[in-house]
Write a protein that binds this ligand. Sequence first.
Ligand SMILES: Nc1ncnc2c1ncn2[C@@H]1O[C@H](COP(=O)(O)OP(=O)(O)OP(=O)(O)O)[C@@H](O)[C@H]1O
Length: 274
Amino acid sequence: MAAEALVELENVRFSRGPHPVLAGVDMRIPQGAIVSLMGASGGGKTTLLNLMAGTLAPQSGRIRVAGQDLQALDFEGVYRLRRRMGMLFQHSALFTDFSAFENVAFPLRRHFRLSESILRKLVLMKLEAVGLRGAAGLMPAELSGGMGRRVALARAVVMDPMLIFYDEPFTGLDPISVGIIATLIRRLNDALGATSILVSHDVQETFSIAEYGYILAGGKIIAEGSPAALRASDSELARQFLGGQPDGPVPFHYPAKDDFATALTGSTAAGEVV
Ligand SMILES: Nc1ncnc2c1ncn2[C@@H]1O[C@H](COP(=O)(O)OP(=O)(O)OP(=O)(O)O)[C@@H](O)[C@H]1O
C-alpha cells in the first residue's frame, strides 16, 4: 500500500461510558483504494466510521483525514471536511415523500445555490451512473430494494466526495442486486477518484472489490492485508470469521455454570440452565 494515506488512525481509543469499544486502533487507508472493515456485530465498525467522519471524537489517539487532524479542527473545519464525504447505509433512508430525483438532488439543494438546469444535469448524471435515469420520477415506494439502494448510492456520491463510507450496503438485497451494488461501488470509486471504506459481512463480494482489508475484534485490529493475505492469515479468529465457522475462538456455546451431564441430571436449579 504505497499510495499516500487519505485516512490515518493512530492508537484510537473510544469507550461508551465504562465500556471500551475501541482499545487502540491503527489504520491507514490509501488514496484511491477500497478498504474493507470486517468484524463481529457490535465490535465497533460503525463507531469507527463515525470517528473517521468526525461525528464522534475518540477519547485518545489521532485521526487524520486528507492531511488534517480531526481533533485539531473546530466545528466549521470538521463540517467542511464532511461535505467532501459521502455515506451509504444499510437502510437506504430515502425520503419517502421525495421522488428518486429529489432524493439525489437533496444534498445539492442543501449545500449549494445552483440553477435548476445545472442541478438537473448533475442529478441525471449520477442517476445515469447507477443505471436509473429512467426511474428519476419514481417515488421510493415504487422502487425495489435494490433500486432504492442504487438511488441512495447516487445521492451519496452526488457531491463528488473524496471519501465514501459504506455501512453494510449489501444487506437485505438479492444476489443480482448485491453484484450490481458491488460493481457500482468499484466503478464510482474509480470514476470519482475517491477512496472508499466498506463495512460488510459479505466476505466474497467485499473481497471481489476491495484491495485491502482490516478485521476488528476485541476493540483491536487483529488482522489486515490483501484479501489473499487475510484468507491465509495466521489468526485463528480471522480464519473463523472469514470462513464463517460456527465454533472457534468465538465459541458456539454460551458459557454455562456446569457441564452438560450435570445439567441433564437436573441437579442444577432449572432457572440456571439455559
Ligand atoms: N449510541 C450508542 N449509545 C451507547 N452504546 C452504543 C451506541 N452506539 C453503539 N453502541 C455500542 O457500541 C458498541 C459498538 O457498536 P457498533 O455499532 O460500532 O458496532 P458494529 O461493529 O458496527 O456492529 P454491527 O455489525 O452490529 O452493526 C456496541 O456494544 C454498541 O452496543
